[in-house]
Design a protein around this ligand. Structure first.
Ligand code: NA7
Length: 549
């Protein structure tokens, strides 16, 4: 008698040749992709490494994990019914609430039956002659289809630091991006957190409340602004639900795809008092809208410095020990690395059980079986938290052995940095789509509308080809080169392109330094995508034809 697992595996194997589209990943991108493909009447299979839907929200279960985009905007808009029936409870949703939402969506639209969980795709190979992609999984199963959509996420491949001795540590080591599902009890323990980016900034105040002592190993201080998170009042929720369509429409006109007010003035065009008032009111309001205080904060260093100094002043006023306040104060451009949003981050350093270990000047020497050696001394620890981020944007794609025409590996093509057309497709890789790929606005925008825009574009494209009996689509090298150049050009004047952030791959040793996302703004980008379609997929090679459907 066969075990249910064997039967399942055989069922998948026997159906493997028949899919129209394969989708890798069941986060928000993969789920919506499946929804759209089904509505086109296509047979799709989603392959997902995790045991549930939700992508980044499935894996990032560290204490304090939340979205830094307001919940009413960080949600799908493709279904007005879904918008009306789901009620967010807080201004910034917690990871568990977002995961509940993802599960609700998957149940509401009956998505699970076409998702195969616990299935990590290790290779994707294009067969020129058959015009098909074959995907192979870690357990040796293979799936084939003429189209493949990589919905693998921008921040999903964890960045494990190369610190000597890391594997020798006697206690548990948890990466924030691969947090144990059963949770971690730090009660009374000596805990070390390495990193001070968004994940650290969210988790440190929560861990500090539980740990016996918390040591924070900081290589670079990051700017963070308060979230001022709060439960959402029923009246506010009712008002949002009544005007969802116009809220979404307004958001789509914004550079970041998020509806918020940007002050059109330059920070240098107003007097110091007016500037202070604007920063103060943004600080009181909370969240990343702080960067909308003046329109030139990300273009003019002097303007930027006024905002940076305002935040440093806040740090000095919150953190009692001036030395710690100084160490926590970033010197560089605010908003260059992604601005963090916190609850009580700076105040946490006033706690007697929290120690900031500044490793700015000299890196952590090594991890020993007993703890961390840094700053000329040994810190004895019971547990270690790696809040060291991700191999962003390209990591998840490069960890799959993707081979296009002539067996050429994507990793090799991208050795000097990712090249794509619109962040949607890559020359030499026909019929392979990347949702929010490098070269698209993606991480610089609200991910949900960016995902929906890409998924709609891909679904419409596949339908266009099928209706016309076109078997293949691929960007031309010329169109791709021109797009890559455009992406580079628009990044130039923006201050975000000048610092050592994960936007340019600087957090991963050896990664090519290229500003990966498209910083021309969401509306401009969408308009370009639409123009290209209206011009009959300008910049793409289409063909050859087969009998129309
Ligand atoms: P981030 O923002 O990449 O932060 C990672 C942190 O880890 C950052 O402070 C790094 O310092 C630090 N880091 C990385 N490697 C090391 C080593 N080897 N030694 C010491 N410190 C290290 O990742 P997050 O997960 O916090 O956030 C990622 C995004 O998710 C965030 O922007 C939001 O969009 C959501 P560094 O600054 O590189 O000196």
């Amino acid at each position: 008698m066969q075990s249910p697992r064997t039967q399942l595996s055989q069922a998948a194997t026997s159906a493997r040749q028949d899919y129209d589209v394969l989708v890798v990943g069941a986060g928000f991108a993969g789920m919506y992709m499946l929804y759209r493909l089904r509505r086109l009447g296509l047979r799709a299979r989603v392959l997902e490494a995790g045991d549930g839907v939700g992508g980044t929200w499935y894996w990032n279960r560290y204490p304090g994990a939340r979205c830094d985009v307001e919940s009413v905007q960080y949600s799908y808009q493709f279904s007005p019914e879904l918008e009306q029936e789901w009620t967010w409870s807080e201004r910034y949703a917690t990871q568990p609430e977002i995961l509940r939402y993802a599960n609700h969506v998957s149940e509401r639209f009956d998505l699970r039956r076409d998702i195969q969980f616990g299935t990590r795709v290790v290779s994707a190979v294009y067969d020129d002659a058959a015009a098909r992609w074959t995907l192979t999984t870690g357990t040796g199963e293979s799936f084939a289809a003429p189209f493949c959509v990589m919905a693998t996420g921008c921040l999903s491949a964890t960045n494990r630091p190369r610190i000597p001795g890391l594997d020798d540590f006697d206690g548990p080591v948890h990466h924030t991006g691969e947090w144990p599902h059963e949770g971690v009890d730090f009660s009374g323990q000596r805990v070390g957190v390495i990193g001070t980016g968004s994940s650290a900034i969210q988790s440190i105040p929560v861990i500090a409340q539980q740990a016996g002592h918390l040591y924070v190993f900081q290589r670079t201080p990051h700017y963070t602004v308060p979230a001022h998170n709060a439960p959402l009042a029923p009246d506010y929720v009712r008002a949002i639900k009544a005007e969802y369509r116009s809220l979404r429409a307004r958001a789509k006109q914004m550079f970041s795809g998020i509806d918020f007010r940007i002050n059109p003035s330059s920070a240098l065009a107003v007097d110091a008092q007016t500037r202070e008032r604007e920063y103060e009111s943004r600080w009181e309001y909370g969240g990343t809208t702080f960067m909308g205080a003046f329109s030139d904060l990300l273009f003019d260093r002097d303007s930027n410095e006024t905002a940076a100094e305002f935040v440093r002043g806040k740090i000095r006023s919150i953190v009692r020990d001036p030395k710690v306040a100084h160490a926590l104060s970033p010197r560089d451009i605010i908003g260059c690395k992604r601005l963090c949003v916190d609850t009580d981050y700076y105040a946490t350093f006033n706690r007697p059980n929290v120690t900031l270990v500044d490793v700015t000047e000299a890196p952590i020497e090594r991890i020993t079986p007993a703890g961390v050696r840094a700053d000329g001394r040994d810190y004895a620890l019971d547990a270690l938290v790696l809040a060291t981020g991700f191999d962003a944007m390209t990591g998840a794609l490069n960890r799959i052995d993707i081979r296009g025409q002539g067996g050429r590996a994507l990793k090799d093509k991208w050795r000097e940095g990712p090249k794509s057309y619109l962040g949607l497709m890559v020359a030499g890789f026909p019929n392979l789509f990347t949702v929010t790929g490098p070269g698209s606005p993606s991480v610089l925008t609200n991910m949900l509308p960016s995902i929906e825009q890409h998924v709609d574009w891909i679904a419409d494209c596949i339908e266009y080809l099928r209706v016309r009996g076109i078997a293949r689509i691929e960007p031309t090298v010329e169109a791709q080169e021109a797009w890559v150049e455009h992406v580079r050009e628009v990044a130039g004047p923006n201050l975000r392109s000048v610092c050592s952030s994960w936007y340019i791959g600087a957090n991963v040793p050896g990664k090519p330094r290229v500003f990966m996302p498209y910083i021309g703004g969401f509306p401009q980008y969408v308009a370009r995508c639409e123009e290209i379609v209206a011009a009959g997929y300008a910049g793409f090679d289409l063909g050859p034809s087969r009998a129309p459907r």
